[in-house]
Design a protein around this ligand. Structure first.
Ligand SMILES: NC(=O)c1ccc[n+]([C@@H]2O[C@H](COP(=O)([O-])OP(=O)(O)OC[C@H]3O[C@@H](n4cnc5c(N)ncnc54)[C@H](OP(=O)(O)O)[C@@H]3O)[C@@H](O)[C@H]2O)c1
Length: 337
């Protein structure tokens, strides 16, 4: 039986998820939600610029519970925003419709870290309605948490983990470049970041806390921070012209301390023109270095969300994290137990 899927939020990530769902024959895309007046009421095929209608009208967020129920939606793929307090009512509507949820919300990846009370409420409600809720994505969800946790499987001792992600911000979507403050002055960047009007990356601490939890250790403390990187020559992306002295990207970090020493360090360099790679170094027995040539963030996020569908459909009810599911992997054919 194909699984009935809804897509909640039709920005660049939600739209990409929807397109990839349409390519999977085991998945039946039956509903879609957004709030933007230019999207609500239109056929999803039109919003995704497929060149044909697909018979799914985009519904407004406020109607989601009813629409999810009437379409017998099994699982909602949710990608509207980052902070759990903002998306909480959306998640509640999905749960009450009795659909499972996979969300790209960075803070829902490990919600007990920043929103313990909301996490408990969601967990209790998910159990009551017998559904599973998971937050995931490329990062948080994989590069700074699930991947290093998996790599340590071959170590008998782990003394320190250092994960670095370096990416070319010019290759990313408009909403990414905007939230990383490209072309702002340093003062504007700091002011907007402090006011929460831009966020750059969210989730350093969520990833570190989740990784520590996978290793079974309780950290003394976690610190995190982000600073702008400054253009030393004029730069151009599809969306921004950056002059010398303006923001060309960010360096962000999180550090988890164990027994007073750095135990987990994650670092992000996201800048226009930057070399793309991820590197994970584990100091321990045996020491280990893993390096990639970069992971394309948007498609990887869509992949993580879609690939977790069978894992979530097979999972126990409640609010879960990546470390609560069996080995993450792609799925080529749905196998629901
Ligand atoms: N974990 C990860 O690795 C990862 C990776 C990529 C992205 N993300 C996160 O995933 C989210 C989506 O990314 P994006 O770039 O597509 O963001 P975006 O450009 O902000 O798009 C979000 C879409 O959701 C719509 N929306 C807002 N509130 C809604 C609501 N209450 N109900 C239904 N739709 C609503 C927005 O409409 P309006 O435009 O009208 O507001 C917009 O169309 C972001 O929070 C992003 O940070 C996480």
């Amino acid at each position: 039986m194909p699984v009935n899927v809804a897509v909640y939020g039709l920005g660049p990530i939600g739209s990409l998820i929807a397109k990839k769902v349409l390519e999977k024959k085991d998945l039946n895309l039956v509903a879609a939600f957004d709030v933007a007046p230019e999207k609500v009421g239109k056929d999803l095929g039109e919003i995704l610029q497929l060149g044909n209608k697909i018979g799914v009208a985009v519904e407004h967020d406020i109607n989601s519970e009813t629409v999810l129920k009437s379409n017998n939606v099994d699982i909602v793929l949710h990608s509207t925003s980052t902070y759990l307090d903002k998306i909480y009512p959306q998640i509640v509507r999905c749960i009450k419709s009795t659909a499972d949820v996979i969300s790209t919300s960075e803070t829902l990846c490990n919600p007990w870290y920043r929103y313990p009370e909301l996490a408990t409420l969601i967990d209790e409600m998910a159990k009551k309605y017998c559904v599973t809720v998971l937050g995931t994505g490329v990062n948080p969800g994989f590069i700074f948490d699930t991947l290093p946790a998996t790599l340590t499987s071959v170590c008998t001792k782990v003394e320190k983990i250092h994960a670095i992600r370096s990416l070319d911000a010019s290759k990313r979507r408009f909403s990414f470049q905007k939230k990383y403050g490209l072309s702002l002055s340093v003062d504007q960047f700091n002011e907007l970041l402090n006011r929460g009007q831009i966020t750059a990356h969210v989730g350093y601490a969520e990833s570190i806390d989740m990784l520590a939890s996978a290793l079974g250790v309780k950290l003394d403390k976690i610190i995190e921070g982000q600073e702008p990187l400054i253009a030393s020559k004029p730069l151009k992306t599809d969306y921004f012209n950056i002059s010398i002295g303006q923001v060309s990207g960010i360096h962000g970090y999180g550090i988890g301390y164990l027994n007073g020493k750095e135990f987990i360090k994650v670092e992000l360099f996201a800048e226009v023109g930057r070399e793309e790679y991820e590197e994970i170094r584990v100091e321990g027995e045996p020491p280990l270095t893993w390096k990639s040539h970069g992971t394309s963030g948007d498609i990887a996020t869509a992949a993580m969300v879609i690939n977790m569908i069978p894992k979530v459909l097979n999972a126990k009810p409640g609010l879960i994290r990546m470390l609560d599911i069996p080995l993450p992997s792609a799925f080529l054919k749905l196998n629901i137990g």
